[in-house]
Design a protein around this ligand. Sequence first.
Ligand code: CLF
Length: 283
Amino acid sequence: MKLHTHVLLEHHPCYTEAARDDSGRMHLAVAPQCNLGCRYCERAIGAHANLIGGPGAAGRVLTPAEAATRVDGLYAEGWLRVVGIAGPGEPLANSATLETLHLVHQAHPDLILCLSTNGLELEATLPELLDAGLDSLTVTINTTHPETAAQLYDWAVIEGDRTVGPLAAAEVLSRQWRGLAAAVRAGLLVKVNSVLIPGITDTDVESVAQRAGAIGAHRHNIMPLIPRGRMRDRCAPTPDELEHARNQCERWLPQFRACTQCRADAIVPPLGAKGHVPCGTFG
Ligand code: CLF
């Protein structure tokens, strides 16, 4: 780790809304494989990604060397502050993730390195992530209850074995919370993402905020369901429902309210930048 947590917090555009004026970010789509069957997710790689958009979408998977070269190019423009790996699959189910972090950290140790994970392999991988220079971490945790988790996850690959059913869901949940606690103990800047799904997680997100706040997470980002995948027929929460959930959870953990649910290859210059490339993606 390179910077103190309060400095990271101040400059990271996914933790502090005002930081979006000065801090640009990019995602490196180096991680296509996944180890968790989330019913609300739909991966899209290639031309199809433009139709789906959002998390899980990327025009192309990059090799670590290609990704590092693209960081070099944007770094030279002077606005890049955060480099994240967020898919299009699960970053910690792909060896390219660690390799890419190492390459970027060696070339640009001043950049904030970020990662978004489902948490399944977080506890086991944490020493290597710290060694690779990781600064900030998001864990997607939607519930504290195994019964709810059983409605969200169809399968999980745990220690090399593909498992299904309620026992798999309970193990997923246990690993996510253990991983979160380990990341906080390690001194990383840590955020929890929760997907707000009316009728499934809407009654659970406050318990997520309460538990994550007690553990020491720094932010909570409640994201509205994008109806897709096996949840394509469900309704997204209304803006009022989203606001209500965020207000409930704010009692326990500061809320981040400016998430754009960006793609795995997103490029987002700072809002205040003049003359830079517009918000876009790598094809
Ligand atoms: Fe990327 Fe995520 Fe890091 Fe941000 S995104 S890995 S914390 S650098 Fe940000 Fe995008 Fe929302 Fe994520 S707007 S989906 S919260």
